[in-house]
Design a protein around this ligand. Structure first.
Ligand code: UDP
Length: 249
């Protein structure tokens, strides 16, 4: 994807979300995504800013999506433009938040009655209905089909990509001294109806624990007022840059 449309121009604001802004461009098939420092938690109840989070999440997503493309996973990323922006294919977001868990934490710990950090032999995959007004409720495949959030074929594709991406990411992160505890992915549909990985992969959307100390290096430091939020994000991008930076995202 990196050769297309070298001279796109930034257009009007299309959408502003909690952590990102999306701009139209002179090419109707492309958008520019701008990463902000704004942070929210608990469905928007807790609000704040994390200095330079937008830069970390933009860079980390660009590096990881570039590596995933090399591994044969289609993504919406065209290329990183600058410290806070990336050029992406315009997609229709599938209204599902796909959550994967390699270790029990967060809401799964409460729901399953298992202490945070409990090991599981197989990853757990969950889907939530992406709907802020309803608080992104956990649903199952038959809900997704009944609500026409995705077709049966799309769901199968989404689960297959999610498992493959999880296995690729676990290895990358482990090489960085990080345990991928859990994560949230979002997928989009291209104009051709192709399912591609969209949104971001960052400490906002993954739980990442240091593999030696189990120190939390992700948004839980903000959610739970643990302090050292900025330095945790910077430590993650330092390690990912050292591991993937030579891919030249
Ligand atoms: N997550 C996310 N956005 C959401 C909900 C969850 O990125 O709206 C991520 C979260 O950072 C974690 C994983 O998905 O890595 C699982 O989150 P969980 O269901 O445990 O919810 P939480 O405890 O964060 O409310």
């Amino acid at each position: 994807m990196s050769k297309i449309n070298d001279n796109v121009e930034k257009g009007a604001l299309l959408y502003e979300g909690k952590a990102k802004k999306v701009f139209l461009t002179s090419d109707p098939g492309l958008v520019i995504i701008h990463y902000k420092d704004d942070a929210t938690a608990f469905n928007g109840v807790k609000k704040g800013t994390i200095t330079d989070k937008g830069k970390v999440n933009n860079r980390m997503t660009a590096l990881i999506f570039t590596r995933l493309e090399r591994e044969g996973i289609p993504t919406h990323l065209v290329r990183q433009l600058n410290e806070r922006e990336q050029l992406c294919r315009k997609v229709e977001i599938v209204l599902l938040e796909v959550i994967g868990r390699n270790v029990v934490a967060g809401s799964a710990s409460k729901r399953l009655g298992l202490p945070e950090g409990s090991e599981i032999d197989e990853p757990i995959y969950e889907i939530c209905y992406k709907n802020d007004a309803l608080g992104d409720p956990l649903i199952n495949d038959s809900h997704a089909l009944a609500l026409k959030l995705a077709t049966r074929e799309e769901l199968a594709q989404i689960y297959a990509y999610t498992d493959r991406i999880n296995r690729i990411l676990q290895k990358i992160f482990l090489d960085c001294g990080l345990r991928l505890i859990d994560f949230k992915f979002e997928f989009g549909r291209t104009v051709d109806g192709e399912i591609v990985l969209a949104d971001e992969i960052s400490p906002d959307t993954c739980r990442l624990w240091d593999s030696e100390t189990n120190e939390k290096l992700d948004k839980d430091r903000f959610r739970r007022d643990l302090g050292g939020v900025e330095s945790a994000y910077l430590e993650v991008i330092r390690r990912i840059e050292a591991e993937l930076g030579s891919d030249n995202a």
